[in-house]
Design a protein around this ligand. Structure first.
Ligand code: ADP
Ligand code: MG
Length: 696
């Protein structure tokens, strides 16, 4: 039996009465397999005892105490239990401060003996700890020894109960648990059998056994994960289409018309893409490059390749604004080559849609640009050969998959300015290859970044005035659209908003310049008209919200002023700054911040000042925010990893990946006898909701 098949109710176990199972239900534990999959969150090494005194030297105490008394301090919701204990090793007394753990009053009654582990300090004349773990010892019970598991517990359910129950489950069912990995892999990678690994993770005899158990379980999880990735990749490859590589005539004509040469990285990326597109199976490629590195052009070259080879191309952007801008760039660069363009978004009028859709279906359009409307069901292509997705981090993994299912699989090119750490690229986009543009087009001067405190913004305004007088343009960005809008975090402090500042900038500060405003509440055609005027230089200064964050490209813009910069995330600030510095002249970014900065806010502004490198900023962002958000990306891809962490377990991930891909390549249907248990596990659990290979 496989672990996940142990769906016997936990009430079958000795010691799991109705009260107990109700508490376990709160942890999501109903069956024996749930219980065995409830891995310890940590361990206590009780092979060595350290008394409360001795722990002051700088370690964790690990000892048996007697509970002397209870008392409470603080008032109302802050009322906190304080338990006095005496160390059985040496007799030292100490206080356990039970913040948010009132239930310890019941769990550790006066007079009982308990194991206590944790960090103790000398404070206010007593030895105390608020970060401790305890476990009551029942009368006559020997002191627990060895490496003990600590489980995520819940109120009224002590770690000791869970331990006992797990032990019971292992005794009763452990020997029936079968391996989910084929024997040859277990041998090759030196892994434990599943039942040994379960035993080892829950009740390690020693630290070494724990390590081996963890590694085995992590490998298994990552193996099945990578197997899903490998099969998805195989489905793509199975869908072979006849490929006619082009001679590159269209691409050459575009390159001849450009006023500049491609950068070396752009050339490499384009060559990698074109080579992929000539392979007999659909491409899956991620093009990453910092803001302003020139990804759009590379995408256009890919589109030309698709078109010259007789197909159609689609380019999707995350916002209407950006999609329009791409459409305009395409009109400027590609229409002269005879490319037939179309634009499609949710805002295209009803009357205009049927002919547009008909033209796509008939193949009368070569390149269609737009928003996600491009991949709605009603949109049919005659021969979609390439789908480009710009700023793909804005789209879920699921959308990517949906996209891949459209018609006979097209080549897929995804572009992102948010560098994806290699580990994550492997995990989430496991079946994609990556091209990277590292260098900026030549002649760009690094953007100068300045911080100014609210109150000193006059200096900034004066500086911007000089740039405007020199014929350059500027953005002013605000966190809110209008006065009616309250940001949830805006408590009391007045936040500047785009509408009010538009009035002020236009009338008081720059009455002699042309000022425009753009934000998400305006109608699409208003937004478009304003953006067009700004791009043509008919507006000098554009007041905006973060709608201009992504992709907007007006090379004459020389100043980006962000007011209340402390309100923006690091990625947003980097994107905003990336709107300037797109021409040859010096550009500036002014970050105006209000007082009362949070620590994180301060760290973000410092990082912005320190570097313009998007890769470094992304790392810094990860450090400030913690990896939560990136992990979120993984979770949303319907991948549930319980013990493995792809970023931490990279070495194991790479082995699992190698093995999974080799197996799928050799035996796509998993029909060989040596792959029997893989086949069975997939059939029973199908944890990744994958379609069976062959149907793609
Ligand atoms: P991103 O990678 O952020 O999408 P864009 O494609 O918007 O960058 O390009 C930014 C700007 O750089 C555009 O104005 C584009 O015309 C220009 N550009 C692109 N490639 C080159 C190049 N090789 N030399 C000079 N300018 C370039
Ligand atoms: Mg772009």
């Amino acid at each position: 039996m496989y672990l996940r098949e142990l769906n016997q109710s936990i009430t079958m176990l000795r010691g799991a009465g109705p009260a107990m199972s109700e508490k376990l239900a709160r942890l999501g534990i109903y069956s024996v397999s749930d219980l065995l999959l409830h891995y310890p969150r940590d361990y206590d090494d009780r092979s060595v005892f350290i008394g409360l005194d001795a722990s002051l030297a700088g370690g964790r105490a690990n000892t048996v105490v007697e509970v002397l008394s209870h008392d409470w301090f603080g008032f109302g919701r802050m009322r906190t239990l304080r338990i006095m204990v005496r160390d059985s090793l040496g007799g030292t007394e100490a206080a356990l401060l039970c913040f948010n753990r009132p239930f310890l009053e019941q769990a550790l009654p006066v007079g009982c003996r308990a194991v206590v582990t944790g960090k103790f300090q000398f404070r206010r004349g007593e030895l105390q700890s608020s970060a401790f773990e305890t476990e009551r010892l029942v009368e006559g019970q020997a002191t627990p020894q060895g490496v003990l598991p600590l489980y995520p517990a819940t109120e009224g359910l002590q770690v000791g109960h869970i331990r006992k129950l797990v032990r019971e489950a292992l005794r009763e069912f452990g020997s029936r648990v079968e391996d989910e990995l084929p024997p040859f892999l277990i041998g090759r990678r030196g892994l434990l059998h599943k039942r040994e690994a379960l035993q080892g993770i829950h009740h390690p005899e020693a630290a070494g056994e724990l390590l081996a158990a963890r590694e085995s379980l992590i490998y298994e999880e990552l193996f099945y994960f990578q197997l899903a990735v490998a099969r998805r990749s195989l489905i793509r490859k199975r869908n072979t289409v006849r490929r006619n590589p082009s001679r590159g005539a269209l691409r050459n004509r575009l390159l001849e018309r450009l006023p500049f040469a491609l950068t070396a990285d752009q050339k490499t990326a384009a060559a990698e893409i074109v080579a992929d597109m000539a392979l007999p199976h659909p491409m899956g490629r991620l093009l990453q490059g910092d803001v302003g590195s020139g990804k759009t052009l590379v995408a256009f070259l890919a589109c030309l390749e698709a078109i010259e080879a007789g197909g159609q191309a689609a380019l999707m952007a995350p916002t209407e604004l950006l999609a329009r801008q791409h459409a305009q760039t395409a009109a400027r660069l590609l229409e002269p080559l005879g490319i037939r363009l179309a634009f499609l978004s949710g805002n295209v009028e009803d009357a205009a849609r049927p002919p547009l859709l008909a033209a796509l279906k008939a193949g009368d359009v070569d390149l269609v640009l737009g928003t996600h409307a491009l991949f709605q069901d009603e949109v049919e292509y005659r021969s979609l050969r390439l789908a480009v997705v710009d700023e793909q981090h804005r789209f879920g993994v699921l959308q990517r998959l949906a996209l891949g299912r459209k018609g006979p699989l097209p080549d897929l090119l995804m572009m992102t300015a948010t560098p994806i750490p290699r580990t994550l690229a492997l995990t989430v986009f496991g079946d994609l290859s990556v091209s990277t543009i590292r260098t900026m087009p030549p002649g760009r001067k690094p953007i100068e970044t300045h911080l100014a405190r609210t109150g000193n913004e006059r200096k900034v305004y004066d500086y911007v005035r000089r740039l405007l007088e020199a014929g350059r343009q500027a953005y002013f960005v605000y966190p809110l659209i209008g006065a009616s809008e309250r940001s949830p975090a805006a408590t009391g402090a007045e936040l500047k908003n785009a509408e009010a500042m538009f009035e002020k900038l236009a009338k008081e500060i720059y009455p002699d310049f042309r000022v425009g405003i753009i934000h998400s509440r305006l109608k699409e055609d208003e937004k478009r008209a304003t953006m067009d005027s700004f791009a043509r230089g008919e507006i000098d200064l554009l007041v905006a919200t973060s709608v201009v964050e992504v992709g907007v490209d007006v090379p004459n813009a020389a100043a980006m002023v962000v007011e209340h910069a402390e309100r923006f995330g690091l990625a947003a600030l980097h994107q905003l700054r990336g709107r300037v510095g797109r021409g040859l002249e010096q550009s500036y970014c002014f970050l105006v911040y209000a007082e009362a900065l949070t620590e994180d806010g301060k760290a973000r502004l410092k990082a912005m000042l320190a570097t313009t490198d998007g890769f470094l900023l992304a790392e810094e962002d990860l450090r400030i925010r913690g990896p939560g958000e990136l992990t979120g990306t993984i979770q949303s891809g319907s991948l549930r990893l319980t013990i493995a962490d792809p970023a931490r377990d990279l070495a194991i991930l790479e082995k699992a990946r190698e093995d999974a891909f080799a197996i799928v390549e050799k035996d796509p249907g998993l029909l060989a006898e040596e792959h029997r248990n893989i086949r069975e596990v997939l059939a029973r659990a199908n944890p990744f909701g994958d379609a069976p290979v062959g149907k793609g």
